[in-house]
Design a binder for this molecule. Structure first.
Ligand SMILES: Cc1cc2nc3c(=O)[nH]c(=O)nc-3n(C[C@H](O)[C@H](O)[C@H](O)COP(=O)(O)OP(=O)(O)OC[C@H]3O[C@@H](n4cnc5c(N)ncnc54)[C@H](O)[C@@H]3O)c2cc1C
Length: 299
């Protein structure tokens, strides 16, 4: 209840305070910070995907800046020799401005990534963009094939059909619950319904041999996934677990100890506020952490 109250207050809490509490979810402001985080995670046995924070960009000049930024991430991954892919939010690359403009921007990034054999995944944003994200993936599939992947959200009612519509492709899928506020018309609303759909979709993906990034910190789903993998003898080259930087690190270490591949999503950049607020709202200890940061001298 206290968390709900703080959630409603978040827009009024000074950014500097939000920054302090949210810092564990963000690698830093620049690409060097991101590479340092990736190196550290690689040394602990995790692979990564780097996200240069940014979304809902409406100016072409800003989009160009974003495209160049992501290309510099690709180059940094290559020159640092780290094990990491890249995650993209298409609304930072012009999806809200013009579909073909966005497609050309994504192609520029994919060409740079292909040179260095770096995998690129399109994050899934809110429902106004779901179909356009899938369309863009389909439009680029013939040229980039297994070098690109998609994300599906288990809270959406349409996701099962979306997965089935890609059955003839070798799609690499990240399956997450979904983070945006969606209407009951589009999305399951209760925790139980979302978990049930997540389990159904995960089984569908794995039984069809689709490479799946199991992106969740939810114990119920993690146990379901581990049981399914064991009882159905799912080979280790058909799945990986995925977690967000700064979330449930002890669980991440446990998955590694059990011999699973784990990828950590590493966001960085100056546009940290929207992402951080979403993470804080999911943190069961958010209220306490904000109060602690507020009471700490100098924060
Ligand atoms: C690698 C990765 C990529 C993602 N990409 C997308 C995407 O493209 N599109 C999209 O809509 N969503 C994406 N998400 C977010 C996802 O949809 C969920 O919002 C988020 O992962 C929380 O759901 P959960 O399955 O972990 O379950 P929850 O029920 O939210 O969490 C389970 C438990 O994990 C712990 N936990 C969760 N979050 C936090 C936190 N911030 N701080 C501390 N503890 C926490 C708590 O103990 C909680 O009870 C991604 C998630 C991951 C892991």
């Amino acid at each position: 209840m206290f968390n709900g109250f703080i959630s409603r207050l978040l827009p009024y809490i000074p950014r500097s305070l939000v920054r302090v509490v949210a810092s564990k979810y963000i690698a830093g402001e620049n690409v060097f910070d991101a590479m340092n985080a990736v190196k550290m995670l690689n040394s602990c046995g995790c692979v990564c995907t780097v996200d240069m924070l940014g979304e809902f960009v409406t100016s072409r000049a800003q989009v160009e800046h974003e495209v160049n930024g992501v290309i510099s991430v690709v180059q940094a991954i290559h020159s640092s020799g780290v094990q990491s892919g890249v995650s993209l939010k298409l609304t930072s690359l012009g999806l809200d401005i013009d579909y073909d403009f966005c497609k050309n921007n994504v192609k520029a990034i994919l060409d740079a990534a292909r040179k260095h054999d770096i995998f690129v995944r399109f994050d899934m944003e809110n429902t106004p963009y779901t179909q356009r994200t899938i369309d863009l993936y389909n439009d680029l599939y013939d040229e980039y094939g297994a070098r690109i992947g998609l994300v599906f959200q288990a809270y959406l009612r349409r996701t099962e059909d979306d997965i089935l519509s890609l059955a003839d492709k070798k799609t690499s899928v990240r399956l997450c619950k979904g983070i945006y506020k969606e209407s009951p018309e589009h999305a399951f609303q209760t925790r139980e319904e979302i978990q049930a759909n997540y389990k159904r979709l995960l089984s569908l993906l794995l039984e069809n041999g689709i490479y799946t990034g199991i992106a969740t910190h939810d114990d119920v789903l993690l146990h379901y996934a581990m049981d399914y993998i064991e009882t159905h003898d799912i080979p280790s080259d058909k799945y990986e677990f995925q977690m967000l930087l700064g979330v449930r690190e002890s669980k991440r270490r446990e998955l590694l100890r059990l011999g699973h591949k784990v990828r950590v999503y590493v966001p960085f950049g100056k546009d940290w506020y929207g992402y951080s607020v979403r993470r804080l709202k999911e943190n069961p200890e958010m209220a306490g952490n904000i109060v602690k940061a507020f009471l700490k001298p100098g924060s």
